[in-house]
Design a protein around this ligand. Structure first.
Ligand code: SAM
Ligand code: SF4
Ligand code: SF4
Length: 335
């Protein structure tokens, strides 16, 4: 391995989140509101999308300077065909230590879950924003009504553990937090509650809609005995185990307790742009490098330059920075 690199705030690079598509079959209002992501919305065209071979080549180069962990995301990553083949190659050929996927679950049949396990995937994170059947379609913006219990059972059956993401929004699903814990604590689950973030420009984010992790923890503590778990410092979630269960709760508090100081991640967009922050306005084009001769050295040198110059800490300075630049959408950069 080449030497590990540090950015201007002494942060290592270890983790890459890869958006494999900017398309989705849901229209969650906090991510892809249907008035903007409608039939006229211009998605990335096919010729601009990184192929699996190009993703694999990119990861092979980045492994030389520290890449250990990958999350496949999107848009809805399971819309991309043969995603298990990409995972298999990243695991077997590139030998990435840990590969996970975040999905809305709509395409997670038992066969798909079993195929993903066979491909070498380490874990599935299921995004779950409501358990109330009457609210599902208004939250995910579609007519689809998904039954989550069989999906949860199958994830546990094949992966032994379930991970969930819930974006908690005031007046929308904050009244369901205890219901989530009641259901998920019956499984072996890592339940993650995410503060609603000001990603992109489409979701009309409003600070008043954010429910702080501290208030959620206080609420849950009235029902469950929570015991703090020591987490490695680059983890975005602060975790608590739920006493007398196999489950734990993680709180991702980008708004009220930013974790930029330990941010070890880069993001690769569907069209091959490298982002060093979720809240950036543009990325660095690496697709042209990966499509050129002698790409390995070019990409390695380029990435080292980008990372060593990196000083992003958007969440840390969110409320004091005067800089107003448009941010890229979550569905494009990957969550
Ligand atoms: N479509 C997949 C899914 O929903 O799981 C993967 C992509 S989605 C962009 C990844 C994660 O980002 C999801 O768990 C979603 O809830 C979260 N997310 C999207 N917009 C968000 C926002 N404004 N604030 C916080 N989390 C958000
Ligand atoms: Fe689609 Fe995921 Fe965004 Fe919802 S959060 S619109 S499922 S990409
Ligand atoms: Fe990392 Fe940017 Fe998020 Fe801070 S705001 S944790 S630098 S992605």
């Amino acid at each position: 391995m080449d030497s590990l690199i540090k950015d201007k705030l002494s942060r290592n690079f270890e983790y890459l989140r890869i958006s494999v598509t900017d398309r989705c079959n849901f229209r969650c209002s906090y991510c892809m509101p249907s008035d903007i992501f409608n039939k006229d919305y211009r998605y990335i065209s096919q010729d601009k999308i990184l192929s699996y071979e190009e993703i694999i080549d990119t990861c092979s180069v980045l492994k030389k300077i520290g890449l250990k962990k990958i999350r496949i995301t999107g848009g809805e990553p399971l819309l991309r065909k043969n995603i298990d083949k990409l995972i298999y190659k990243l695991k077997e050929e590139v030998m990435i230590d840990n590969i996970s996927i975040t999905t809305n679950g709509s395409l997670l049949t038992e066969n798909k879950i079993s195929l993903l396990k066979e491909s070498g995937l380490d874990s599935i994170t299921l995004s779950l924003d409501t358990l109330d059947e009457n609210k599902i379609s208004s939250i995910n913006g579609t007519k689809k009504n998904i039954s989550f219990t069989p999906i949860l059972e199958n994830i546990e059956k094949y992966f032994n553990q379930i991970k969930t993401n819930t974006v908690v929004i005031k007046g929308i699903n904050d009244n369901e937090v205890i219901d989530f814990v009641n259901l998920l604590a019956k499984f072996h689950a890592e339940i993650r509650f995410i503060e609603y973030m000001d990603v992109g420009e489409s979701n009309k984010w409003d600070l008043d809609k954010v429910v702080s992790s501290a208030s959620l923890r206080e609420k849950i503590s009235k029902h469950y005995n929570l015991v703090p778990i020591q987490t490695d410092c680059s983890s975005t979630a602060k975790k608590w185990s739920i006493k007398n269960t196999k489950s734990s709760i993680g709180f991702i508090s980008s708004i009220t307790e930013p974790f930029c100081a330990d941010c070890n991640r880069a993001r690769l967009s569907v069209d091959g742009k490298l982002f060093t922050c979720l809240f950036a306005s543009d990325g660095f084009d690496i697709k042209s490098l990966i499509r050129s001769d002698d790409y390995e050295k070019k990409l390695l040198d380029f990435f080292k330059d980008v990372w060593t110059e990196r000083s992003d800490q958007y969440s840390q300075i969110r409320f004091i920075s005067k800089k107003e630049v448009p941010k890229v959408e979550m569905s494009y950069i990957g969550g």
